[in-house]
Ligand binder design. Structure first.
Ligand SMILES: C[S@@+](CC[C@H](N)C(=O)[O-])C[C@H]1O[C@@H](n2cnc3c(N)ncnc32)[C@H](O)[C@@H]1O
Length: 194
């Protein structure tokens, strides 16, 4: 499969999210960063939906809050200054199994401290929990990078998660998966509709 242009990868991931989300949906942004993906999800779920956005850096949560405030979307988003590995803990009883889309954009905060990166163990936990709590027809999207230290190892974890889902008979896409350092790729796993 051809590699994905790194500049376009986030746009592609957002499109994969918005084509699934319905007004009133619950969505998760596992890595809020500058808030662009969170804002995109908040727009798509509409005023009756809700987004849970996670980041471990106060700077990222502050940037995301600022972007949402300016866009008039803050009331649709719960911001969590905690690891995405704890996402199952923030879901209410009504939200469990009701997530329309969970999106992860791994790596480090653009323009921030490049040594603070997502980690294989917490990423693995978060992917599994997010997938477990998708609604029927929901979608998990994960952008993985191989160009920074630690990226290839994390990418392997994402790949192994993908292979396990494929073995379980789920529809898995690895857009641009290409084992060359520096190339991002997107994992998409859909939860079957019932
Ligand atoms: C590539 S950025 C995300 C970009 C973001 N989605 C956007 O639209 O701007 C990756 C983010 O993951 C965050 N991060 C690292 N480890 C994390 C963890 N365990 N839980 C949640 N966020 C984490 C980093 O602080 C960083 O802000």
């Amino acid at each position: 499969m051809a590699p994905v242009n790194p500049i376009r990868v986030t746009e592609r991931a957002q499109k994969l999210a918005t084509e699934i989300l319905l007004p009133g949906d619950i969505a998760v942004d596992g890595t809020a960063g500058k808030g662009r993906d969170t804002a995109c999800l908040a727009q798509a779920v509409g005023p009756t939906g809700q987004v849970h956005a996670f980041d471990i850096q106060p700077e990222a949560i502050a940037s995301t809050r600022n972007l949402l405030e300016v866009a008039g979307l803050l009331s649709r988003v719960s911001l969590h200054l905690r690891s995405h590995a704890e996402l199952a803990e923030v879901l209410t009883a009504e939200q469990r199994g009701k997530i329309g889309v969970a999106i992860f954009n791994l790596g480090y905060l653009p323009g921030g401290d490049a040594s603070i990166i997502t980690q294989p163990a917490s990423t693995d936990r978060a992917l599994r929990d997010a997938f477990a709590h998708l609604r029927p027809g929901g979608r998990l999207i994960c952008v993985a990078y191989t160009g920074h230290p630690g990226g290839p190892e994390e990418s392997d974890i994402v790949l192994s998660f993908a292979e396990q889902q494929a073995k379980a008979g789920l529809h898995v896409e690895k857009i641009g998966y290409y084992p060359t350092p520096g190339k991002p790729w997107i994992l998409v796993v859909n939860k079957p509709s019932v």
